[in-house]
Design a protein around this ligand. Structure first.
Ligand code: HEC
Ligand code: HEC
Length: 199
């Protein structure tokens, strides 16, 4: 049994890593950095901050890009960004963002109460973890994400502008105040970071 596990571990270690230093991938990511590479950059209307991608799971980034491409996420600019990406582009670009070195930091706050939010987030921890570091790669990390982005995306699930069978049911009972407090709690945790170019 032990040698079987050792062999399995070796397979994992030897799996070909994505060439995230590939110049083609960096060129693809360059467009994205115009918004995702600027700390605190805002979506114009409604005004909320562009989500951080540094430290996010590659699998979740890929899932999101496919959701924009298929239309289950409705943000017009991101839909346009994802429209022409192939599955291969999506995999490479997601690995690129997930693998960039960025120091864990808290998100920009917006006025919710993080102490109340910690209590209200009790139903979320089964998937998103005690402090917003999620337990599976398809579930997003929330620790350190910007408060106004988390709040906006929870409202999108409520309105149906963002479709996901799991999250749709979970947001129904949340009031505007709950959304603000829970978002503040996750923003206060150190985690995700804005990927920036070195000067
Ligand atoms: C013009 C600014 C802009 C550009 C360029 C842009 N994005 Fe975005 N991105 C946004 C905004 C705003 C959101 C939040 C949209 C929403 O509310 O769904 C977002 C959301 C995302 C998300 C979802 C993150 C999450 O936590 O769910 C991913 C992944 C993403 N972008 C990746 C990319 C990639 C990859 C590119 C380049 C191919 C790119 N973006 C280019 C503004 C931009
Ligand atoms: C059963 C597992 C599960 C539980 C419990 C859960 N989530 Fe999620 N959550 C998910 C999955 C899966 C996604 C990605 C769905 C998608 O693709 O839109 C997600 C996405 C999110 C996002 C979007 C993150 C981003 O970067 O765009 C937020 C915010 C979020 N959840 C908050 C919560 C909150 C708040 C609760 C508790 C009220 C909660 N979740 C409970 C599984 C869960």
């Amino acid at each position: 049994m032990r040698s079987f596990i050792a062999a399995l571990a070796a397979c994992v270690l030897m799996a070909p890593a994505f060439a995230d230093d590939d110049p083609g991938t960096a060129a693809l990511a360059d467009v994205c950095m115009g918004c995702h590479g600027i700390p605190g950059y805002r979506n114009a209307y409604p005004s909320y901050r562009v989500p951080k991608l540094g430290g996010q799971h590659a699998e979740y980034i890929a899932l999101s890009l496919k959701s924009y491409r298929s239309g289950t996420r409705s943000h017009p600019t991101m839909r346009a960004q994802a429209a022409d990406l192939s599955d291969d582009d999506i995999e490479r670009i997601s690995a690129w963002f997930a693998n960039q070195e960025a120091e864990a930091e808290a998100g920009i706050r917006n006025g919710g109460d993080p102490v109340l939010g910690a209590e209200k987030a009790a139903t979320c921890t089964a998937c998103h973890g005690e402090s917003g570091v999620s337990l599976q790669a398809m579930w997003p990390n929330l620790a350190g994400q910007h408060e106004d982005y988390i709040a906006e995306t929870l409202r999108q699930y409520k309105r149906g502008d963002r479709q996901d069978p799991v999250m749709a049911g979970l947001v129904l009972a949340l009031t505007e105040e709950d959304i603000a407090d829970i978002s503040a709690f996750y923003a206060t945790q150190e985690g995700l970071a804005t990927v920036e170019y070195d000067d």
